[in-house]
Design a protein around this ligand. Structure first.
Ligand SMILES: CC(C)(COP(=O)(O)OP(=O)(O)OC[C@H]1O[C@@H](n2cnc3c(N)ncnc32)[C@H](O)[C@@H]1OP(=O)(O)O)[C@@H](O)C(=O)NCCC(=O)NCCS
Length: 169
């Protein structure tokens, strides 16, 4: 159900991944983009990840249910040469049709497993403060070190604080 895609597999799924990103923005999530998110912009965003996937800097983890990609997350290794032990979490997205069924939990477990296999010892990322996503990460044991005020606009156009998370593994 949960697996890591190769660059070629990822490219074949760009239409579905764009649907999932558009759905997240439509749902009001703060995931880099404003509402409405055009299909070509969403597809270009995913296409821009392919070189990092091919270089094994980015690992796209997808969850499939009933033969459909229900959600995904990107494990992104830190680019900096002095941080070979650190990776980021990006674009944890579960389509609304599949939420509250443990999909994101399974994705984050797979991400931690892959991070350990890559000998990563620190996972970092940020999320909209006081959001369902922040509550989700806290439930999974990620530690919030604080917030940036008024950091980014949500898909709905409201300025949100951003919470900074980490976990040592
Ligand atoms: C946040 C998100 C990834 C959670 O995905 P999911 O597959 O529904 O999560 P899970 O089913 O694994 O949830 C596990 C637990 O997290 C918590 N949780 C998940 N969604 C929640 C919500 N909307 N409100 C409060 N708690 C929530 C609950 O404790 C839940 O357990 P429960 O269902 O038994 O109560 C999903 O809502 C999403 O894609 N949101 C839009 C995109 C986004 O904000 N991504 C994060 C970017 S940083």
């Amino acid at each position: 159900m949960v697996r890591i895609l190769t660059a070629a597999e990822f490219e074949k799924q760009i239409t579905r991944l764009a649907e999932i990103l558009i759905d997240a923005v439509d749902s009001g999530a703060g995931v880099s983009f404003m509402k409405p998110l055009a299909r070509d912009v969403a597809e270009d965003f995913w296409r821009g990840q392919i070189s990092g996937i091919a270089a094994q800097k980015t690992f796209p983890i997808v969850a499939e249910l009933d033969g459909t990609i229900a959600g995904l997350v990107l494990l992104m290794r830190a680019w900096a040469p002095n941080q070979p032990h650190r990776c980021d979490v990006a674009k944890l997205l579960v389509h609304r049709d599949f939420r509250r069924r443990g999909v994101a939990t399974a994705l984050m477990q797979a991400l931690e497993d892959k991070a350990k296999a890559l000998k990563q010892s620190l996972i970092t990322f940020d999320a909209v403060a006081n959001s369902p996503a922040s509550r989700f990460y806290q439930k999974l044991g990620f530690i919030c070190v604080g917030t940036y005020p008024n950091f980014a606009y949500s898909g709905d156009g409201k300025l949100d604080d951003t919470a900074l998370f980490y976990k040592e593994i």
